[in-house]
Design a binder for this molecule. Structure first.
Ligand SMILES: [Zn+2]
Length: 319
């Protein structure tokens, strides 16, 4: 299919909100080249069922496909330079693993990894890890213990919990929020006369979040004031990372400043509820007293240890 045909098909098929996915001709040309080879058949790629994602695929165009492969040496080497103490760097390095090893496709078109929602990205990151290191001895685990004096013996119960995608809890999209979900527009579409009619909230994507993070990071370095209210809601009100630059951010900010306090407070509260990502705690029932025990998920050895093959160094040094 030629780029022109793809564009014509996009225009005809109003079911697919293509405008949010890919508009430039270059992408269409690349897609035309690849259209004859189904994505899933690509060597080493494994399809991810969209329903398994934290987003359940609800915020991607209907005919989206996501697939992953195991991380290659080059990405692992790059990842191993991660600076644990710098959250921006941790975020970037996680992003690179997902960028290199995950593919998003909409119909015949190769979309960008930047269209993946931030919450799904973490899921994909751990799915890629499981695929890269399938051996049980490379699983990451943590200890969870009961601190109560259960059955008269304090701290006597503890369990080794393997940390992987099956183990993470994920927030479910709240029903009272999802009643505003627009199947057609793949976002939340609210109506309220007092708040000025219709407004939309989008699931934050990797691309939008990255542009905003880079910008606020620069503001901080320059000791400039940051409007926290705006940057809290910005990833949810800006639909697309394409064309998002400093001017566009400033324009969105100006629009946001015109909101009444009612609308700002409402949107901030909605954004707090619009969570479907990973829970950062792991929970178990104590095997002795039955009480629920939970602890924040930690990775022994930090984020770095997630993509470093540690068994060889263990063998050599007996650690
Ligand atoms: Zn107990």
């Amino acid at each position: 299919m030629s780029p022109e045909e793809i564009i014509r098909q996009r225009e005809q098929n109003s079911d697919i909100p293509f405008e949010g996915i890919d508009q430039d001709i270059k992408a269409a040309t690349a897609a035309a080249k690849e259209a004859s080879q189904p994505l899933i058949a690509s060597v080493g790629y494994k399809a991810i069922s969209l329903e398994d994602l934290p987003s359940e695929g609800k915020f991607y165009p209907r005919n989206s496909e996501i697939s992953i492969r195991s991380a290659q040496n080059q990405e692992i080497r790059h990842y191993s330079t991660i600076e644990e103490s710098d959250p921006y760097d941790v975020n970037d390095k996680i992003g690179i693993v997902v960028e290199k090893s995950a593919k998003l496709k909409v119909g015949p078109t190769q979309a960008s990894w930047k269209d993946v929602t931030t919450e799904d990205r973490m899921f994909l990151f751990f799915a890629i890890r499981d695929l890269t290191f399938p051996e049980p001895e490379q699983q990451i685990s943590m200890n969870l213990g009961c601190n109560r004096s259960c059955m008269g013996t304090p701290g006597s119960w503890n369990e080794k919990v393997v940390i992987n995608n099956q183990e993470f809890g994920y927030y479910e999209l709240p029903e009272n929020l999802m009643k505003w979900y627009s199947e057609e527009e793949r976002c939340l579409k609210f109506e309220h006369p007092v708040l000025g009619g219709t407004f939309r909230l989008y699931a934050p994507t990797v691309g939008v979040t990255k542009v905003l993070n880079d910008y606020t990071r620069r503001l901080m370095q320059e000791n400039k004031a940051i409007d926290k209210s705006f940057y809290k809601v910005a990833p949810y009100i800006i639909k697309d990372w394409r064309g998002l630059d400093e001017n566009k951010i400033m324009h969105e900010h100006q629009e946001n400043l015109k909101w009444g306090t009612d609308k700002l407070a409402t949107v901030e509260a909605l954004v707090d509820k619009f969570k479907f990502g990973m829970k950062t705690d792991v929970t178990r029932k104590c095997g002795k007293c039955g009480v629920e025990v939970s602890a924040p998920i930690t990775f022994p050895g930090g984020f770095k240890s997630l993509f470093v093959v540690s068994s060889a160094i263990g063998d050599l040094l007996g650690e």
